[in-house]
Design a protein around this ligand. Structure first.
Ligand SMILES: Cc1ncc(COP(=O)(O)O)c(C=O)c1O
Length: 391
């Protein structure tokens, strides 16, 4: 059975209390979490692909999955990675995970030991830092400039730490929270510094398939090294549905062997078997690509609505670079604002935004705004409220 194309989606837009993670109450326009609007979640498409996967794979869909994850999905992901970077990638280098955060936890507990250092972007994905710290790693922030992590600062941080550093974690494509894309030259410099010190790089590509402009993102760090010394993390949380808790990693075969040789994999097999088969079916039948195209168009519209709304209302008061992909606008105050006041006055006018310093030490008062969670009309209302709050 073939799976049809994407959108418009038929299900109603609502959250069920007690079933989904907490969101702001209805009277608050929520520009906080990196969630997809419920109306962008492909309920019908996934219902069909789960049903096709169960019909096609039968009891094999409900058994313990292969340790690396179902071959059907690993093959599809290897082909996509090879196509994106123009570098060979074999299914054996791919492992199915339960998403980026769970993969990061696996890396932190398998490839590192408590007390070891992990290097991260100075301003970067807050939950990744938390996952690493939860595993007992000492998280050290490396300064960045407008192109991302600074190679000289990385070099200095490695030297300063002296002892073993578990790995460095970066999010070079459509970074959360800044939206930054690390240019290819900077990628090469980072890879060179890491290789010189024998440092493993962990590259979070959660938003890499969500380019919203004409330019393709540069070659991944893993692509630049033919995956030597780099572990690439991917997720379907932002492109399909966070509730799937499905992702993958790409690494050297020996690294994948080590990760699949852990108790958690031995105990139950693939880290998310049925979901991986449903998504493999979706990819094979073209539903994933058509959904991605549709989703990107929705996100472009939302991003532009919020960015224009803020520019019209605030002019130069905030520095705002429209991101080429991902979910977030990162605005930096050009005047004497205080971050806590920006956040609290927004909230008292019914808009939730996140303080920039939540993501690390910021140079200027900053705020992150998600445009993926609200429909365009509500983004306009949110901009109106922010104008009242911040004027
Ligand atoms: C950079 C980045 N990586 C990973 C994730 C979450 O991925 P997953 O749900 O697969 O753990 C997020 C979500 O906000 C993110 O911003």
């Amino acid at each position: 059975m073939a799976i049809g194309g994407a959108g418009p989606l038929s299900h109603r837009r609502w959250w069920r209390a007690g079933t989904v993670q907490d969101v702001a109450p209805p009277e608050i326009l929520d520009l906080g979490p990196g969630y997809l609007d419920p109306s962008l979640l492909p309920v019908d498409l996934l219902r069909e692909s789960y049903s096709v996967a169960l019909a096609e794979f039968g009891s094999a869909a409900l058994a313990n999955g292969a340790d690396r994850g179902a071959l059907a999905l690993r093959k599809a992901l290897a082909v996509r990675a090879a196509r994106a970077d123009g570098v060979a990638c074999e299914p054996d280098q791919v492992m199915i995970t339960s998403g980026v955060s769970a993969a990061l936890h696996l890396l932190a507990t398998t490839l590192a030991g408590p007390g070891e250092v992990v290097l991260v972007d100075q301003v970067g994905y807050d939950h990744a830092k938390r996952v690493l710290a939860d595993a007992g790693l000492r998280v050290r922030e490396v300064p960045a400039d407008g192109d991302g992590m600074d190679p000289a600062a990385l070099d200095a941080a490695i030297t300063a730490e002296g002892g073993r550093i578990a790995f460095a974690y970066l999010n070079p494509t459509f970074q959360n929270p800044t939206g930054l894309v690390m240019p290819v030259q900077r990628r090469k410099e980072i890879v060179e510094v890491a290789a010189r010190h024998g440092l493993m790089l962990v590259e979070d590509c959660a938003y890499a398939d969500l380019g919203l402009g004409p330019r393709r993102p540069p070659c991944s760090l893993g692509g630049l090294t033919r995956q030597r010394g780099v572990i690439r993390l991917g997720s379907f949380a932002k492109t399909l549905a966070a509730g799937l808790r499905l992702g993958w990693l790409i690494a050297e075969r020996e690294v994948v062997d080590r990760l699949t040789g852990t108790g958690v994999v031995a105990a139950g097999g693939s880290l998310n078997h049925l979901a991986s088969l449903a998504v493999a079916v979706l990819m094979r039948d073209g539903g994933y690509d058509s959904h991605l195209m549709w989703l990107r168009a929705q996100l472009v519209h939302r991003r532009d609505t919020l960015a224009e709304g803020l520019r019209d209302r605030f002019g130069d008061r905030f520095a705002l670079a429209v991101p080429e992909g991902g979910f977030y606008l990162w605005i930096q105050s050009t005047v004497d604002d205080r971050e806590e006041e920006l956040v609290s006055s927004a909230m008292s006018h019914g808009v939730r935004v996140l303080a920039g310093s939540r993501f690390g030490p910021v140079e200027r008062p900053s705020v992150r705004l998600t445009y993926a969670l609200l429909p365009p009309g509500e983004l306009v209302t949110a901009a109106n409220r922010l104008e009242l709050a911040w004027s």
